[in-house]
Design a protein around this ligand. Structure first.
Ligand code: GLN
Length: 545
């Protein structure tokens, strides 16, 4: 049934937010570094078809794949660690599973049978687990089950794991359970009871974990590992500790030290094709941990209270910073807090400002004031999606003199809709999955900052928006000095704007942050950080000795 593919399931217990995504990505990285081809899939137990319609306050950033899937932010980690693109098949929600089953029922595919969680929902989950393995592209598929064992919502997924373990056999499949071993300060002790209970819950569903990974603030030591092993029917070397790390990118090395990959390979009877090669990863970490300088970047957005809302942007700065051996400090600035009177206070000490993607009117004027400040003060500026649209609106109002310029997203009655709804969006009313989504090609102009950064004429970047630069204003902008330096060749849509006279002012309609990885830092983030480093250097030189 499995072909030659092996399946690893990662479940979580005790508490959420223990980092199943990072453990999955770290294990995948170690297996990849040994020459195996690996992909990671995430099942999310909520009813939404995808996270595209979720408020970022609810679920953090929505990550977008090349094929236009709106997915969980853990897929971002998978791509950043593995340097391999994911797709729609890598993220499945309960909503999507039920939708497929209900569609089949309406078509009459079940031939009059009563449609039930077992076997119909579990069969559909199974189909989606095996789908990736059946492509023949992977030696190992890691499936992360969202939520915490014991939740009502994740039960069908755990039941599917139970069934699949029987179908696949014990050397073709493996279960890793991630738990928490808390430290009770008053007693001065690490406590294993929550882990024991969580494994008991998993056992009550018929699933025996092969490996228990324990998140802990302190070293577990031999005795705690032995205790967990004893209570969970495993050997002590199948108990892996996962201590807090100063960077998520250290976790693969910590897992290697704990021999997580070796236990997994042994149990799956996978022969190690070659020595582990983590040289490039280690070089990245060395650079990350030994910066020779530092800069401060302001990220202006409206969800800044929740850092996960801009996860890929924050990580792209980590990659670019390591590449340039520069520590990138981030100041999170709420767009609603910026006014004409305080903009200088808020932005003057920064070496660069990035305006984040977003939807809706809240905080827009604050963003436009920040753009004006960056443009007039030669402060390196990077606008992503809505950030690019704000740059266009600001330029129209304050340079082209089109006082009433706006995006039709925010004012349908504006005289100058310099950002307008895309033609193909005019008739669309449904919200889910209806934006311009996924990878599109973009042609770069000679002599632009973009082409200098990418060192290529044609690029492909991922999109997630409804509105676009209004081409009726194209010649006006170009003549005044805001150049449209990137265009989609098929549709003529403007993808990049730049200000020629400015040290680094770039707005992009796409989301470069989704494609930045540890091994391939994104060229625009590298270009922006370089410009900010230059700005920091100039400011320092100007300071009186
Ligand atoms: N709200 C804007 C649009 O839909 C920008 C979207 C974004 O920043 N991702 O076009």
């Amino acid at each position: 049934m499995s072909g030659s593919c092996k399946y690893i399931f990662v479940t979580g217990g005790v508490a959420s937010s223990l980092g199943k995504g990072i453990i999955s990505a770290s294990l995948a990285k170690l297996l990849q570094a040994r020459g195996f081809s690996v992909t990671i899939q995430k099942f999310d137990p909520y009813i939404n078809i995808d996270p595209g319609t979720l408020n970022p306050y609810e679920h953090g950033e929505c990550f977008v794949t090349d094929d236009g899937a709106e997915t969980d932010l853990d897929l971002g980690h998978y791509e950043r660690f593995l340097n391999v693109p994911t797709s729609q098949a890598n993220n499945v929600t309960t909503g999507r599973v039920y939708q497929s089953v209900i569609d089949k029922e309406r078509r009459g595919d079940f031939l009059g049978k009563t449609v039930q969680v077992i076997p119909h929902i579990t069969d559909e989950i199974k189909r989606r687990v095996l789908l990736l393995g059946q492509t023949g592209r992977y030696d190992v598929v890691i499936t992360e089950i969202g939520g915490t064992v014991g939740d009502i919502e994740s039960l069908p997924f755990i039941e599917t794991v139970r069934q699949l373990r029987w179908d696949l056999g014990s050397t073709n499949s493996l279960v890793i359970h991630l738990t928490l071993v808390p430290y009770i300060a008053a007693a001065g002790e690490l406590k294993t009871k929550p882990t024991q209970n969580s494994v008991k819950t998993l056992l009550s569903y018929g699933v025996q974990p092969d490996v228990v990974v324990c998140r802990s603030e302190y070293d577990l030591g031999k005795s705690i590992k032995e205790k967990v092993a004893l209570f969970c029917n495993i050997q002590p070397d199948q108990v892996i500790q996962s201590l807090d790390a100063s960077s998520i990118y250290e976790v693969p090395l910590m897992m290697k030290k704990e021999k997580l990959d070796e236990v997994v390979l042994r149990r799956l009877e996978l022969n190690q094709p070659q020595e582990i090669d983590l040289q490039r990863w280690e070089t990245f970490l060395k650079r990350l941990q030994n910066p020779t300088g530092s800069i401060r970047i302001g990220i202006v957005g409206k969800y800044v209270e929740l850092k996960d809302a801009y996860k890929s942007i924050a990580e792209a700065f980590v990659h670019a910073g390591a590449e340039l051996e520069c520590k990138v400090n981030i100041s999170w600035i709420h767009s609603e807090s910026i006014h004409e009177e305080n903009v200088d206070d808020k932005l003057h000490s920064l070496n660069g400002v990035l305006i984040a993607p977003g939807f809706g009117n809240r905080g827009i004027e604050g963003k436009i004031i920040a753009v004006k400040y960056a443009r007039e003060n030669n402060l390196p500026y990077f606008g992503i999606c809505l950030g690019m649209q704000c740059a266009v609106i600001e330029y129209a109002r304050n340079v082209l003199g089109l006082k009433d310029a706006h995006s039709s997203e925010f004012s349908n009655s504006a005289a100058h809709k310099v950002i307008d709804l895309m033609e193909e969006q005019q008739e669309i009313e449904e919200k889910g999955g209806t934006m311009r989504l996924g990878a599109y090609t973009c042609h770069l102009e000679e002599d632009s900052k973009a082409i200098k950064a990418y060192c290529r004429k044609e690029i492909s970047e991922r999109h997630r928006h409804r509105y676009e630069f209004n081409n009726n204003y194209l010649s006006q902008f170009n003549a005044a000095g805001m150049k449209t330096t990137g265009k989609n060749p098929e549709k003529g849509l403007v993808e990049i704007v730049e200000i020629e006279e400015h040290p680094w002012f770039v707005g992009v309609q796409f989301h470069p942050e989704y494609k930045s990885t540890v091994l391939n830092p994104h060229p625009l983030f590298v270009g922006f950080v370089k410009a900010a480093m230059q700005r920091a250097k100039t400011l320092k030189e100007k300071q009186p000795a």
